[in-house]
Write a protein that binds this ligand. Structure first.
Ligand SMILES: [Zn+2]
Length: 251
């Protein structure tokens, strides 16, 4: 059994159209919404082992704002400070999972130096040579730097599809937002929880059945949404969105 703790690593300004793929003026698609950058700390309730799921965008909000969308990171939202609140240093983390390799989830893994990082193989294969329209999500467009995910290349533990990696921890293939996106199914004393990654940005994606607005492949998105609905129905899984401030105040 595990405990799930959401970590607030800053804010990324997104348009409403990014959060949920609606169309038309009446849906305020251009409205800018500050969305939290969330990682997750899993703690084994029997032996205290930890797993970090995603790692946020790294420490440099000014650089990120120049390269991407406006990013805000308070000092107390730096990964090192947030882990310290839980009595941890980044180097203490031995196991990590990336839901996908987009910059806002994966740059931070550079600063978790000892973690073996579980990732879907397909995600890595795509990220090294994506479609041009996806370059910015993986920082392939920045010619002055090696892509961040290659800096921890030799720490990646690549998996292919649904994979149980520990007692009570399963990686669930959920392609669509990206080629090799995955969710993490976690057994807790309160039942099973799914961390779905960016296919579910906010509770509204879940409640309306309309996914987030950034996706690589629409049919894969619908298949993954259906897979999530089956977990909810068949196993009464609770879903925790990837960019919804509501996860910090569970009802
Ligand atoms: Zn994201």
């Amino acid at each position: 059994m595990w405990k799930i703790t959401p970590l607030n690593l800053g804010t990324l300004d997104m348009t409403m159209a990014t959060m949920i793929s609606r169309f038309g003026v009446a849906n305020d698609v251009g409205k800018v919404v500050p969305s939290p950058l969330i990682a997750w700390l899993l703690t084994n309730l029997e032996d205290g082992r930890r797993i970090l799921v995603d790692a946020g965008p790294g420490p440099d909000a000014e650089q990120l704002t120049r390269d991407h969308n406006p990013v805000g990171i308070r000092d107390d939202q730096q990964l090192t400070a947030v882990l310290a609140e839980h009595g941890l240093k980044p180097e203490d983390i031995q196991t990590a999972i990336l839901t996908h390799l987009h910059w806002d989830h994966a740059i931070g893994m550079r600063y978790v130096p000892n973690a073996r990082i579980f990732l879907q193989k397909r995600e890595l294969l795509y990220a090294v040579a994506p479609m041009q329209s996806d370059y910015k999500f993986y920082e392939i467009n920045i010619k002055t730097r090696i892509p961040y995910f290659l800096s921890y290349y030799n720490r990646l533990a690549l998996v292919d599809g649904d994979t149980k990696i520990d007692d009570g921890i399963e990686l669930i293939s959920l392609p669509g937002h990206t080629v090799g996106s995955q969710g993490v199914l976690v057994r807790t004393p309160e039942g099973k929880y799914l961390l779905p990654g960016d296919i579910i940005n906010c509770y509204e994606n879940l409640n309306t059945g309309i996914p987030g607005g950034i996706f690589h492949n629409a049919p894969d998105v619908w298949g993954s949404m259906e897979k999530i609905r089956r977990y909810i129905k068949d196993e009464r899984v609770t879903v925790l969105p990837a960019h919804d401030i509501g996860v910090f105040t569970p009802s």
